[in-house]
Ligand binder design. Sequence first.
Ligand code: RM4
Ligand code: MN
Length: 386
Amino acid sequence: MPTFDQISHQLEHQAIEVPSWAYGNSGTRFKVFGSAGTPRSVQEKIADAATVHRFTGLAPKVALHIPWDKVEDYSALRRYAQDQGIEIGTINSNTFQDDDYKLGGLTHHDPVIRQKAIDHHLECIRVMGETGSRDLKIWLADGSNYPGQADIRARQDWLAESLAAIYEQIADDQRLVLEYKIFEPAFYHMDVPDWGTALGHVQALGENATVCLDTGHHAPSTNVEFIVAQLLRAGKLGSFDFNSRFYADDDLIVGSADPFQLFRIMFEVIRGGGYGPESDVAFMLDQCHNIEKKIPGQIRSVLNVQEMTARALMIDREALKAAQEAGDVLGAHEVFMDAFYTDVRADLAAWRETRGLPAHPMRAFAESGYQEKIEADRVGGTQLSW
Ligand code: RM4
Ligand code: MN
């Protein structure tokens, strides 16, 4: 097995995009708990995101959500982010909170509503021009609750038309990234429920259209790393929305519910060429911190990704291949598990120090006084993430 020192240079390529909404208050349909220090503006969310980057060196970009992060001057917002030491990443559209979208947005039976939803995406593309963002990520809440309620077939045709109208405005250096989700908020059918549907649509659009894999958006026991392998093989894995789940779309800290799954995903990413300077896969978090503190929650998350990436990089690929080709079932499995069971935390701490970062980012943040400062300063921060 390679040593940590043999793989550590590859960790320099790691860049994770944090979501602006992770810093706002969030909750379940039962309760949103307020928290001290909550950002009162998008600038304060960006400042918190930049703090995660300062303590970890892992999070150079923050993803925004429109209209949650709407401002007058996006060029100024871009400069603000740069002054804080980060860039603005993916722009996420939102067609799930306007009454007009009750029965759908891009897939609505009424062309007037469809056009409204298309126009929202065109606005997002204009925002991207000013923020310097590459990716427009589209997640649709569209679907139906009762059999017979909607023409599920016609809605696919409307979706294809709507997406084509949006894609037309995507510049050569931009991408449209389509996210899928098995259920919720619609319970009978979703218009983009799975990676096959998403892949079909983005393949019809063209080269700059790809799929976003949100790790919380599958049926229980789905083999997510197999989907990773398939999308990479098709050249269509655009981005991840990382989070963990026990039951449905729980949006918990990535790597907390099932670190082994994160390891398996990172292995397929590396195996499939999705990791490193040549890859254009965006590694985003899509999480909510309902009861824990938000900034430490995000720091923990990016560290979890780093840890499982390091372990996945340590798989002895040659030994694995040899065992596979010899038909050595348990030998191959052992090579795989050897890397998974290797504790890299001390090595990572030492490596961080060589790069001028705190060895223990969680501890360093706790001791920095940042949390106390925002709790004292940001009085009245009720900024909801939705
Ligand atoms: C959705 C989906 C999107 C995210 C919103 C907040 O479930 O995962 O990616 O933008 O939540
Ligand atoms: Mn998501």
